[in-house]
Ligand binder design. Structure first.
Ligand code: AHR
Length: 517
């Protein structure tokens, strides 16, 4: 790698076609040149919008106080949903939303959340704090939210403490058009139109909070449940089995061996990127450790895919990274104030999001869906809210990282050669639409600015534009007092036919959109 001087770097930035928003004094002598080749004819697979999926659990203030404030709240709301949250999520586009858990799913009984709200039972949330929930947010409220933000619903059924009958009835209640008692009950509760729910999780983390089972025990239960989860009104359920934690092949093989010819439609794996520090107090070594985990996530995805592909019909099983994201050390003070697992998102979190989303763009042939945990307030969230009485709702750095990747959705992912195998090297991905190529880059380094020289092998660009999310402070975040501290800005990019050049300051995520000539 040739190092370029600070002077060269600053001169080139000034010569770029758009004014850079990065002050030149950010760049030290440690700028490194990164040569990237995008093979514009080497197609890998479609970047499914579902790679940008989300997860909402009854945990802390994700649902109550986050998404849901109630119809009588003084906080501006639409049918009980926090209006700002609905607007922000609608703007971003939420391809799929998994609900109601998580661990919560295997202790949730769906009938608790239907019918007149005042008559719904109050239940203790045994997994997350032992507080009482009034079930004012149930199936109808969830479907209403999905419709408002444009998300496809994904319901996680209760295997751990529920029964096949209970889950089968939920499917009928949601999807049977009319004429059965359950569909008439749905109509009486306000929805004549069936919900057409396609994605059904059959339990969650059945090796742990979802029943503490062995793979063969869960396999037997899965097979039993699956018999009763039927197509109603033309909506064929896509059944998602509870898969491994990380790369646990023992669980996957144990499960699939016992399923034999009755494989699920999807297998859900969970892989969090743990962190040593509280979100806003990360040290550089701990950031490096956390961001390095993405190479292990990649290995785990490849491994799980190869395990699946080894079974007859296994290739047809969609691999779903059902829970992922930075799980930092949780601040007891924040938890006390804002609820269980409340976590701020920082510039570091945005790098983590960018590394994950780039990874999914590079593995579209191996993945079916990916849901970051979670959508509001909990872990690596898109939005944070200040409490059920407050109308403050802030878009986090993670929200903006997702916004930067939106342009890849439904485009064809392309092979990209990036220098160096280091987990903390430049991360890149590319996708192609009609007359358009989208490139994304992440510089995860805290100590090195990068100049990216990118060659489009097989195509030529007419012009282009770039946007960047950047802060020189790894702990910078959008707070209730400073909601716009770290936001997407226009960035300089030089486009010269097949040659693209842009500067990636330390700790930055950028997307370049190119119009092909
Ligand atoms: O996302 C928080 C928890 O993490 C979920 O409830 C569970 O599935 C996982 O262990």
């Amino acid at each position: 790698m040739r190092r370029i001087t600070r002077r060269e770097f600053v001169e080139s930035a000034a010569a770029a076609s758009l004014a850079s928003t990065i002050p030149p004094n950010l760049f030290a002598d440690s700028t490194v040149m990164q040569r990237v080749v995008v093979h514009t004819d080497a197609e890998i697979g479609i970047v499914k919008p579902e790679f940008h999926g989300h997860f909402a659990e009854h945990l802390g203030s994700c649902v109550y106080g986050g998404l849901w404030v109630g119809k009588n709240s003084k906080v501006p709301n639409v049918n009980g949903h926090r209006k700002l949250a609905v607007d922000y999520l609608h703007d971003l586009g939420v391809p799929v939303l998994r609900w109601p858990g998580g661990c919560f799913a295997d202790d949730y009984h769906w009938r608790d959340g239907i019918g007149p709200a005042a008559k719904r039972p109050k239940r203790v949330n045994i997994h997350w704090g032992g507080y009482v929930e009034d079930n004012s947010f149930g199936t109808h409220e969830y479907i209403d939210l999905c419709q408002r933000i444009g998300a496809e619903p994904y319901l996680a059924g209760n295997v751990g403490s529920g029964s096949p009958r209970e889950m089968r009835d939920w499917v009928e209640y949601c999807n049977y058009p009319a004429g059965s008692d359950l569909s008439e009950e749905r109509t009486a509760n306000g929805s004549k139109e069936p919900f057409h729910v396609r994605y059904w999780g059959v339990g969650n983390e059945s090796w742990g909070c979802g029943g503490n089972m062995r793979p063969e025990e869960y396999a037997a239960l899965y097979r039993q449940f699956a018999v009763y989860l039927k197509e109603f009104g033309g909506t064929k359920p896509f059944l998602i089995a509870s898969g491994p934690s990380g790369s646990d092949v023992g669980w996957s093989r144990g499960l699939l061996d016992k399923m034999k010819y009755e494989l699920p439609d999807g297998l859900s794996m969970h892989y969090y990127e743990g962190g040593e520090d509280v979100a806003t107090e990360f040290t550089v070594p701990h950031m490096d450790e956390q961001l390095s985990i993405f190479t292990k996530v990649e290995d785990a995805i490849r491994l799980q895919r190869s395990v699946l592909d080894g079974y007859r019909e296994g290739r047809n099983v969609g691999l779903i990274l059902d829970e992922w994201g930075a799980w930092d050390r949780i601040s007891p003070a924040d938890e006390k104030r804002y609820g269980s697992l409340w976590q701020q998102s920082t510039m570091r979190s945005a790098l983590a999001a960018g590394l994950g989303l780039n990874l999914f763009n590079r593995l579209p042939d191996k993945l079916y869906m990916c849901n970051i945990a979670q959508i509001v307030n909990v872990l690596q969230s898109l939005l944070i809210t200040e409490g059920i009485e407050s109308d403050k709702c802030v878009r986090t750095t993670t929200y903006y990282a997702f916004a930067l990747f939106k342009a890849h959705r439904s485009k064809m992912a392309l092979r990209v050669d990036t220098p160096g195998p280091s987990p903390l090297g430049l991360s890149s991905s590319a996708s192609r639409g009609e007359n358009e190529i989208v490139l994304s880059f992440v510089n995860p380094r805290a100590d090195a600015d990068m100049r990216v020289e990118c060659t489009l092998a097989g195509s030529s660009a007419k012009d282009g534009s770039a946007e960047i999310l950047h802060s020189p402070n790894l702990n910078a975040c959008n707070s209730f007092d400073k909601p716009d501290a770290v936001v997407v800005q226009k960035h300089a990019v030089k486009v010269d036919g097949a040659k693209i050049r842009l500067d990636m300051p330390r700790m930055s995520v950028a997307t370049v959109s190119l119009r092909l000539g």
